[in-house]
Design a protein around this ligand. Structure first.
Ligand SMILES: C[S@@+](CC[C@H](N)C(=O)[O-])C[C@H]1O[C@@H](n2cnc3c(N)ncnc32)[C@H](O)[C@@H]1O
Length: 214
């Protein structure tokens, strides 16, 4: 079921500080994240611009910046953006909506979106992919992650605070079909088990997809 965007925004506003504290250094404990982000940085090389969509407190932006990628972050929640700016003053973070991107067609070289689609219904995932395909340059790279499964999990407590939000899980078949239908190519889905103790216990997927070069 579709969740209202202003509701998602408010949920992240409410836990922005706690979220930033919990996840600010998370890649340090996640070797597969590091490997995947290194690969993204190598594939993108000097191409610009690169954006982190649904960037949250900016930990992925920062990790990529440390690998030499000049990156900016975009998120729905103004409070989480405040956390990102405070933690990483050298990176530009701004408000925006993945479902209605205010970027020109063919304008972005690379997009990462770590767990940014976890609150979208299937039709919104398609909308997000259509928007991302539109704004990517030909040959542009899209890297994103999600929780694998078919379920929706409703939570009423998030990082110690009252919450009311759904997390959607997706199958890799669904993702693959969706991306292909929209026109992406070279789709590669890499799955892994969750890291014990430090993560919510769900299987995870990283996806590399490309907009065809002209
Ligand atoms: C699960 S968090 C992931 C944050 C970060 N990428 C990470 O890996 O920790 C989802 C993020 O996506 C943002 N978000 C949700 N819907 C969005 C939308 N339509 N446009 C932009 N950001 C969105 C939320 O505000 C939140 O910061």
């Amino acid at each position: 079921m579709k969740q209202k965007l202003h509701k998602i925004e408010k949920e992240y506003d409410a836990i922005a500080k706690e979220y930033a504290e919990k996840f600010c250094d998370e890649h340090e404990n996640k070797p597969m994240d590091r490997e995947i982000l290194l690969r993204f940085s190598q594939e993108i090389g000097n191409r610009r611009p690169v954006w982190d969509f649904g960037c949250g407190p900016g930990q992925t932006s920062k990790y990529l910046q440390n690998l030499g990628v000049q990156i900016s972050g975009l998120d729905l929640s103004e409070k989480i953006l405040e956390q990102a700016r405070a933690k990483h003053p050298g990176i530009i973070f701004r408000k925006g909506n993945i479902l209605e991107l205010d970027f020109q067609d063919n304008s972005i070289a690379g997009i990462v979106a770590f767990y940014a689609i976890v609150h979208f219904a299937e039709e919104q995932v398609r909308e997000a992919f259509r928007e991302i395909f539109r704004v990517l340059q030909p040959g542009g790279i899209f890297l994103f992650t999600y929780h694998i499964g078919g379920q929706t999990i409703h939570i009423d407590e998030f990082l110690g605070k009252k919450a009311d939000i759904d997390f959607m899980f997706f199958t890799s078949d669904f993702m693959s079909v969706c991306l292909k239908d929209i026109g992406f190519e070279k789709i590669e889905i890499i799955e892994r088990e969750s890291y014990p103790e430090i993560e919510y216990q769900s299987r995870r997927a990283y996806v590399f997809a490309k907009k065809p070069a002209i």
